[in-house]
Write a protein that binds this ligand. Structure first.
Ligand code: COA
Length: 377
């Protein structure tokens, strides 16, 4: 069908990230993702995406402090979160919470470059704080206040779980945030750009993006992976599970990608983290099952002559679960990280804006005339 899925269509120019699907490469503003994961922090990557360059030490201190302040929630936002049912999806709570946060931000409707840069920082911090606060509230606990002196990854884990994460866990969370921060014109980033291109406000753009990320074919896939690993239960059962699911024509969550035709470069980095974490904890159960699923998929796809690889969501599931993060919060973690990319894309769109308005090919009936209501069968 013509244009379905907009595959291969170039709809924007960007200096933020480039996905090289055939080679399995991803760069942010010229830096390889592996280089950034090994040598930088999430705060440095935020600076890179929002300002085009990695920060100096002084700039990094400023960025850390600003993102720390940005994690403080207004009482009004907490009141709204308290009103929500305790059994809704954390992404639904985030969608409402961020929308509410916009109404408490004095910059919300101020459309200057400075105000928009402040909003990019604030929105990223608020997404982390709202996700953690809803987790506490739904368990019947009080939200924990942010610690602005702490890096975002470590502070988020503490606010979410109520315990200090320690160095290894904080670093692993930080790397996971680096890996998800931007990814070309993915579906949620496109949503954000479409919304801001109407000259709506940044909160509206990011709420659009949150709604788009929630779907199981996009950010929701990491949650689907964990449910699958739990349903499999033992590594020995993986091959049979994969075979039966493919026979039922089901998709295996965490495999395949619209752009990558080679291994997603983020997947092996997450695999390494999952291994490190599993070994430190003396529990590699989820990674073992994931590896068995990967091997089974390889066999099944080889037999069908297809090349379908694990994507970023496949190993993030095992990592997040081992970190003690509830399964339905996985997509929120994706949102915390991608907020950096969404807001950077919004700033980029605003710097050279044109309304995004493609065409649809009309395939419905023609030349009909309206019959009076009583004469219609
Ligand atoms: N499991 C089994 N088969 C898969 C598959 C998966 N996860 N992903 C793709 N395929 C198969 C399709 O069935 C299709 O087979 P066909 O040609 O015989 O019909 C073929 O591979 C091509 O897939 P297509 O539907 O054209 O890919 P797409 O670009 O439209 O979809 C995704 C990309 C990501 C939506 C898709 O791979 C998917 O649904 N993956 C699972 C969800 C997921 O992990 N999403 C996160 C992405 S980061």
């Amino acid at each position: 069908m013509s244009g379905q899925g907009l595959e291969g269509v170039v709809a924007a120019q960007t200096s933020l990230s480039k996905v090289m699907g055939e080679e399995g490469r991803l760069i942010y503003a010229g830096y390889e993702i592996g280089d950034l994961a090994e040598h930088t922090s999430f705060e440095e990557v935020c600076h890179l995406l929002w300002h085009g360059d990695l920060p100096t030490r002084a700039e990094l201190d400023t960025m850390r402090a600003a993102l720390g302040e940005a994690r403080r929630l207004d009482d009004g936002v907490l009141d709204v979160l308290r009103l929500l049912p305790r059994d809704i999806h954390p992404m639904a709570a985030l969608r409402t919470g961020l929308s509410a946060a916009g109404n408490f931000d004095p910059d919300a409707e101020v459309d200057t470059e400075e105000a928009n840069r402040r909003k990019a920082v604030r929105i990223t911090g608020q997404i982390a704080a709202i996700s953690a606060a809803y987790e506490r509230l739904r368990k019947g606990e009080e939200p924990l206040a942010a610690d602005p002196a702490s890096p975002l990854a470590a502070d988020f884990l503490r606010m979410l779980t109520g315990r200090d994460p320690g160095e290894l866990e904080a670093r692993i969370m930080d790397v996971a945030l680096i890996l998800h921060a931007d990814h070309g014109l993915n579906a949620s980033t496109f949503s954000a750009r479409v919304t801001i291109a109407t000259l709506s406000d940044m909160y509206s753009a990011i709420v659009s993006a949150i709604g788009t990320l929630k779907g199981p074919l996009h950010g929701g896939a990491n949650q689907g992976v964990m449910r699958m690993l739990q349903a499999i239960g033992e590594a020995d059962e993986a091959a049979e599970h994969v075979r039966a699911a493919l026979e039922r024509k089901e998709r295996i969550m965490g495999f395949g990608h619209r752009v990558y035709r080679a291994l997603d470069p983020r997947a092996p980095i997450l695999h390494e983290l999952a291994e490190e974490l599993g070994e430190a904890r003396g529990d590699t159960r989820w990674l073992d099952i994931a590896d068995a699923v990967r091997d089974a998929m390889r066999q099944e796809m080889d037999a069908r002559g297809k090349k379908i690889y694990a994507n970023v969501d496949f190993y993030s599931a095992a990592v997040y679960y081992t970190l003690g993060i509830p399964v339905d919060q996985f997509t929120n973690i994706f949102a915390i990280s991608r907020a950096a990319g969404w807001t950077a894309n919004v700033l980029e769109q605003l710097a050279d804006n044109r309304l995004i308005r493609p065409k649809a090919e009309y395939v419905g009936p023609m030349d009909r005339t309206v019959r009076p209501l009583d004469e219609r069968a």
